[in-house]
Design a binder for this molecule. Structure first.
Ligand code: FES
Ligand SMILES: [Fe+2]
Length: 381
């Protein structure tokens, strides 16, 4: 079956109360994915990492943005400079791996052109023999960099609005739930390659319906949280889930809510594909990037941060064990199962389950992801 690049939206409605899901083709079609790259991922703020991952001059982090490799390097003044990861001579990649240190100059591994940490070409061997060679014409292509909530973000769009303007209120709200945010230090990261569209993963991260009131998908999580106080809200450029830990027994993990321990489960989506979250009883915050690699592939990057970089206490380790061994695999299975179904000729679009009260089971947050996507693509007519 040949799918149109811009499918008929069918029952999708800008009003979540009346809306069906967006059509399945938005999760499977290569041509739509190409449009998402241009309209969303090459224009929005992209998560790179945390400032504590690059404390020294010359430290760099790379990131892949839908096939565009970029890096951010810290200079001698402590500033963060961002560039496309490509040499201006004959296009060799400049730096490799997730992280490293280039010392004072970035030297290309091919013919050794050397660039300053500001991106200017400092030295090209043999250049004095080349007619009319002007070093100033070969500076690296820069990209925008912003530090937000202690995290490093880049944007390939030179005209992008600052993150705080794209997502007003996000930072204040997250800081209210993570008062130690400025003391957080990166402690580790794990990546997973998931056979599902990035929106399937993002929607699942904002989905209360599959968790609470004895939902079948996460039995232990449903016991851990008090689903009746789950609040799910959508905002300009972000969305939020907030619950408190329940008071009864649970099979997820043991926790205390003493000093320094939160009893809050908070997940905040920074549009389009970054979740920041806290877990009850755990002393830290987590980032969860759902970076698209194709219409049916997502690279999940999950990283942990603790106050001062201290070793996790026992309760936090238990929360992480539960997340790694139970919750994460459960969600991966759900996401892959949905992606398989989205490829089926027997499915086009289901009904979003939204109620007036925006209760703990309401899918208005799912609608938020879909509406933002269609708006960005210019598909709403
Ligand atoms: S490609 Fe980088 S120096 Fe030649
Ligand atoms: Fe889940």
């Amino acid at each position: 079956m040949v799918q149109k690049h811009q499918p008929d939206l069918g029952g999708f409605d800008t009003d979540p109360d009346r809306s069906f899901n967006m059509p399945a083709a938005y999760y499977t079609d290569q041509a739509i994915f190409e449009r998402e790259k241009e309209a969303i991922f090459f224009k929005s703020w992209r998560f790179v990492g945390h400032i504590t991952e690059m404390p020294e001059p010359g430290d760099y982090l790379t990131q892949d943005i839908c096939g565009q490799n970029v890096f951010v390097v810290r200079d001698a003044k402590g500033c963060f400079n961002g560039f496309y990861n490509v040499c201006k001579h004959r296009a060799h990649e400049l730096v490799s791996g997730r992280r490293g240190n280039v010392k004072a100059v970035i030297t290309c591994p091919y013919h050794a052109w050397a660039y300053g940490l500001d991106g200017s070409l400092r030295n090209a061997r043999f250049a004095d023999q080349v007619k009319g060679f002007d070093k100033s014409g070969f500076s690296l292509s820069t990209i925008r960099v912003e530090i937000f909530c202690g995290f490093v973000f880049v944007n390939l769009d030179p005209d992008a609005r600052p993150i705080g303007e794209c997502a007003p209120g996000f930072e204040e709200t997250f800081r209210a739930h993570a008062p130690d945010l400025d003391a957080m230090v990166w402690t580790g990261q794990a990546n997973f390659d998931i056979a599902a569209n990035w929106k399937v993963v993002a929607e699942n991260g904002l989905d209360g319906y599959h968790v609470f009131l004895s939902g079948p998908a996460h039995k232990a999580l449903g016991e851990l949280m008090d689903g009746h106080n789950l609040k799910m809200t959508t905002h300009e450029g972000w969305a939020k889930l907030h619950a408190h830990a329940g008071t009864g027994d649970n099979k997820a993990y043991g926790y205390s809510t003493g000093e320094g321990q939160t009893d809050e489960y908070v997940t905040m989506l920074l549009w389009p594909d970054l979740l920041l979250f806290t877990l009850p009883g755990a002393n830290g915050v987590w980032s969860f990037l759902m970076a698209p690699e194709g219409p049916g592939r997502t690279r999940e990057e999950i990283a942990a941060y603790t106050p001062g970089g201290t070793e996790m206490d026992d309760a936090t380790k238990e929360a992480v064990r539960y997340m790694n061994e139970v919750l994460g695999p459960e969600d991966v299975g759900l996401n892959i199962g949905v992606q398989k179904g989205l490829n089926s000729r027997g499915y086009r679009q289901g009904r979003l389950m939204v109620d007036d009260a925006r209760s703990d089971m309401s899918e208005h947050t799912i609608h938020f992801v879909q509406l933002m996507t269609l708006k960005a693509l210019g598909d709403l007519g």
